[in-house]
Design a protein around this ligand. Sequence first.
Ligand code: ATP
Length: 738
Amino acid sequence: MDQTPLPADDENVERAELAAEQQHVDLVYDRVDVATRSASQIAVDGHQRAQAQNVGRVREEEQTGLYERDVLVFAAARRIAELDAEHEGLVFGRLDSDRGDDQPLAASAAELEKLYIGRIGVRDAEYEPLVIDWRAPAAEPFYRATATDRQKVVRRRVLRNKGPRIVGIEDDLLGPERAPEDLPVMGEGALMASLSRARGHTMRDIVATIQAEQDKAIRAPARGVTVIGGGPGTGKTVVALHRAAYLLYSDRRRFERGGVLVVGPSAAFMAYIERVLPSLGENTVALRAVGELVDGVKATAVDEAAVAAIKGSLRMRGVLSRAARDRVPNAPTTLRIFIGGTNVELDANQLDNVRRNALRRTPRNRAAGEARKGLVAALWSRFPEDLRTGVHGDREAFGDRVTDTPAFRTFFSQWWPVLTPEAVLRWLGDPRRLQRWARNELTPVEIETLAAGIRGTDEFTIADVALLDELGTSLGRAPIPETRDEEFDWLEGLSDGVNEVLTTSERRARAVAAREAEEPEDYAHVLVDEAQDLSPMQWRMVTRRGPQASWTIVGDPAQSSWPDPDEARAAMDSMLSHLQRHSFRLSTNYRNSAEIYAFAGEVIRQTLPDADLPNAVRQTGVEPEHRVFDANKVAEAAGDAAAELLGLVEGTVGVIVPPKLRPIVDPVLAEIGNPRIAALSPLESKGLEYDAVVVVEPDRIVSDTLGGVRALYVVLTRATQRMITVNSTTNWLPARAS
Ligand SMILES: Nc1ncnc2c1ncn2[C@@H]1O[C@H](COP(=O)(O)OP(=O)(O)OP(=O)(O)O)[C@@H](O)[C@H]1O
């Protein structure tokens, strides 16, 4: 970008500018201090009043005024939490604007209108804005203005800060011909400075340097389905998170009450992104890995590729539905009741008929009543007519007597127990039973593979979670016996810090929801990251979380770890086909150096010539390095490369290893014992990034991972500065690089 002659060369000018900006920022922090103190006081007052009333357990209806107090405490606590999150530079931007191209030039810098942009809006005592929230419409030009469409902006300034201290200034002059003589311009560009920064173990927000195409996706209206595509490192994840913050800002009532859910591929990924939203002042978004979408299960284990492919396939729908309706293993196969001086008996076929009829319209765990009625009807029809006199002449009385007998009760508890999804999924480990449910959908080899996969471990895998969810829907939840109307322990939630504070109405809603819950939690907006990896069964699970939701779907088909991305895409389309779709494409790779990405691009293009490859903008002059070793020396070679890279980069070093080699490579890395090194498998590396990466045995990554070369492409696009591959052959290298 064109810059005016640089008065900023003059150190004095720079010092003066820094001091002036610091003065304004100090003012903002002072105001925040005042606001924080008054918010803390409000919270303390509320808690004290709650305790003074000594209410213990109370009925809401009997306590007038409690709701009001509760809201007060909650709002105050929320505000503190929000303000506490501000210390990574509350104010990060400034716009200096004139009145537009058709108006006279400003005579001096003082005539330009200045506007500060920050993580939250702060006003002075007179209610004048000291800084506006980055999500406010007035902040839009900060992200969207360009030299050709400057939107009245003359100078865009990014303030680099360390906590409350301004340490640098990066300016963009958008209208050089409109700039007054005395307007200082300094710095080399905020974006490049931010991209070259060493990486830590968690993702940072990009609020100071959001680019125009990203801003459009962030601020897109929350209607239907917003699809955000783009290659590796284009900011899809970080944009999706800023979008969540934007949606909460633009319609807080709707999205805070209805809930916003972000779904990502793994627990490690969720830990990596968890700081971004709090740093934007938002603490209410639910972040869940696909392995954690079913309550009570936190799956992190990954299946072997062949098993995962079967478990994710839509064909499992029919298999599970049949399993959920079949006989319970080891349940009695005859019912014999002695009544009216005679034995009445139902055999296996008759019991099966009763079961099928009971399940015709009702999920299993809800159908106990139907099943009981069906058994009585079947027993009645076998009860000799000549005995249907006296107490046995009335069918209803007959039913009461039958179902009251110990024999019936024992039988029924074994024949129609409440079934858990976990128990039914385990049944699939028996190849004979699985064969009965799956013979039309799966091949004999697939049946054997799936049964062995399920039998092989007690732990549920990430792919199992979607199956558990499907089974949960087929089985339904057993009705929970009515309890007394909700009673609340008021003080319980008030003691554990601000995040625990709930309003009365929220408690009430949760209690009711817990009692009535038939369906999983239901959100107003769902953001799905790394969406290309969701299997068809996972799509079914995820879409159950938002039957009425609007959606943001973020992904890159070239990085899919699902063997048939078209199938997964079709599953998504069919689940969300009723909603309008808006698409955005991000075109710049901000993560990888141009050298690293050029290599990764070559690798993927060999298999997917049409892959959507972004443009990597940052040159480092360092090419990726490919080392060749004996197969039995690979672990040591990986360790050596990692140790070497520690000395060459400031931040993190990721060592990405095929799962089967982890047992030999991990100990070598552990011996180095440096917390900047992380060992991980290709699937775990999804969405993450490191300053330097060692890729161990790329050809085994292709052969052992679902997704093959697409998985390798993910691995090759994790490094920001340096990359070394170690392999026993050069066969995997694209022609030019070998
Ligand atoms: N406008 C920006 N300013 C500064 N950094 C940015 C910007 N956009 C993206 N980045 C950085 O680029 C890196 C990649 O972003 P992100 O992980 O969101 O990309 P992605 O498209 O989700 O990648 P992948 O598909 O490979 O997982 C992150 O470090 C992110 O902070």
